[in-house]
Design a protein around this ligand. Sequence first.
Ligand code: ZN
Ligand code: ZN
Ligand code: ZN
Length: 152
Amino acid sequence: MAKTNQKWHERFRDRGLRFTQPRRVILDVLDNTADHLSAEEIYMRVHKKYPNIGLTTVYRNLITLERMGIVTKFHFGDGCHRFELIENKKKPDHHHHLVCTGCKRIIDYDDFMDEEIEYIKKVESALSRKHSFNITDHVIQFYGLCKKCKAA
Ligand SMILES: [Zn+2]
Ligand SMILES: [Zn+2]
Ligand SMILES: [Zn+2]
């Protein structure tokens, strides 16, 4: 078993869940891409090698992976959910997104993270106090036009 597989296997075992074939295959797809894929796109990649795995199975397992904190689900305003592995070897663990409304391209960035963390911490603690709200995470997305679309 490959090293990453071993790691996933333990995560499932710790929760009393089985590391089934669809889960292994979905994680393999997400682990080998820098793209933010929709359930349908993941299904198409899975389907090439494993035609026995259906779209419903892919979708259901993505929700499980999200609940387990392995995958993040995003809305980028293009009418579908898109998924990304939280610990992706191709990306920094903590990053945010620039979303092009022209070509729908999604750019990962991790610039200015030190400044962001400082600011976010301040805002989070103030919000927590004001609304008695326990904040666990945040999502930051900027919408606009990429270099290519801006020139067109
Ligand atoms: Zn952040
Ligand atoms: Zn663009
Ligand atoms: Zn991303």
